[in-house]
Write a protein that binds this ligand. Structure first.
Ligand code: CLR
Length: 400
């Protein structure tokens, strides 16, 4: 039945929401949806999913060879997918519609050092509102690791599902901390990471969930990893199946490895592998959520968030959604949106434009072009956001 999982009073608005997404393609984030499907979390918080297993991120720096490192990068990447694509179902019962960030929205966080893995820091900025684009950096300075990326989405509707094409990519930079100029080793190794396509199923019933489709790549350090995603009814017959092939880049030395399994649980080597070990990844154990920190700014005192920091900006909207007080949630949301519209009008009148804090846009990313060519990734070039390397002085959120 239509909307089995939808509160009876919202079934009508759910079916009209579905009708409007079926006849429309573009920016889903700006569409009004019934209350039961709203999430109190802004999309600026999503980049934190990249590091909820900080020890796997840190392990990339400890790899002993290019081949080891390619496998460590793949293992970390695959281990993020459960959080990225199933965690709303686990915590909120289904996929939900996140808050649509405002231009210039900021989110700062960190994972503390533990057992020598080093501290990892997170910085996110909403770099565009129309279309929505989120840029982020995740850096573990002690380990010489830095992930810089941005993401946007193009959505369409097909066979009752929403298809989400992810636009954007990430570049992981691994500093060779022990390289001497004589060793001949490059000072940094870069990896290009591309993102899978999503299908959002279960819409009819009102309990959406994500399945990953098609292919994503990790290219760099002399290796190309190709990750193929398949859902129920494909090669293993199970949801969330994947097969990853790690091959030496054209002309580079090394063995081929193949891993198969379910990205939300475990996987195994079916070819190659590290001596005697058949198991690859396992995300049944607990993950570590990001610790939100305050970036200050706008004259806010230490330990307090500035007006544009996600948790402060959306505080009342999120409270309304959490407590089921949708009237005040939508009033507060309206207030934020009106304020944004006024800012944009003022900028037009003054002939100025919004200045980003942490990133500069570039029309084509040379690292994407160089590494993407090794795996014939399409399109051959993409725009990107260069991090200005200006981490703010953050502080624990007081009273948190
Ligand atoms: C954002 C980047 C993250 C991975 C990720 C996970 C879930 C995606 C989200 C991205 C983009 C926005 C998204 C969301 C799932 C649902 C939501 C596509 C790609 C859309 C806008 C909301 C659809 C509304 C229905 C749930 C009714 O690394």
């Amino acid at each position: 039945q239509v909307g089995e999982a939808v509160p009876a009073s919202q079934r009508g608005s759910w079916t009209s929401f579905l009708k409007s997404i079926a006849s429309f393609s573009g920016d889903l984030s700006s569409m009004t949806a019934p209350p039961f499907i709203l999430s109190p979390v802004s999309l600026t918080e999503f980049p934190a999913y990249w590091c909820e297993r900080p020890e796997l991120f840190a392990a990339i720096a400890d790899a002993k060879s290019d081949e080891d490192r390619a496998l460590a990068v793949l293992k970390w990447f695959i281990s993020t997918l459960k959080g990225q694509y199933t965690s709303r179902n686990d915590t909120m019962g289904s996929e939900k519609k996140p808050l649509n960030p405002v231009l210039g929205e900021l989110f700062y966080g960190m994972w503390p050092d533990k057992g020598g893995r080093g501290q990892t820091d997170l910085l996110v900025e909403q770099v565009s509102h129309h279309p929505p684009i989120t840029a982020y950096v995740i850096e573990n300075k002690a380990k010489g690791l830095k992930l810089v990326g941005h993401n946007a989405q193009k959505t369409s509707f097909s066979g009752g599902s929403i298809i989400v094409k992810q636009i954007g990519h990430a570049i992981l930079t691994v500093k060779n901390l022990s390289a001497s100029s004589a060793s001949g080793a490059p000072p940094v190794t870069e990896y290009l990471i591309t993102l899978p396509r999503l299908r959002i199923d279960g819409l009819w019933y009102g309990s959406p969930y994500i399945e990953l489709c098609e292919t994503s790549y990790i290219v760099g350090g002399g290796f190309v990893s190709t990750v193929e995603y398949k859902g129920k009814g494909y090669f293993s017959g199970k949801s969330h199946s994947f097969k990853a092939t790690v091959s030496p880049a054209p002309g580079a030395p090394g063995r081929e490895h193949v891993v198969e399994g379910l990205w939300h649980t475990t996987s195994k080597f079916v070819k190659g592998g590290v001596s005697g070990k058949g198991d690859f990844h396992d995300v049944n154990g607990p993950k570590e959520e990001v610790t939100v920190v305050a970036g200050g700014g706008d004259g806010a005192p230490e330990g307090e968030m500035g007006e544009f920091e996600t948790r402060k900006l959306w505080r009342l909207v999120a409270k309304g959604i959490r407590e089921g007080d949708f009237e005040s949630a939508s009033r507060e949301k309206g207030r934020i949106e009106n304020e944004q519209r006024q800012r944009r009008r003022d900028e037009v009148a003054a002939g100025t434009s919004w200045a980003l804090k942490h990133f500069t846009p570039i029309a084509s990313d040379p690292v994407y072009e160089r590494l993407g060519a090794l795996a014939k990734i399409q399109p051959p070039t993409e725009d990107a956001y260069v991090f200005l390397d200006n981490w703010p002085k953050t502080a624990p959120v007081s009273g948190a």
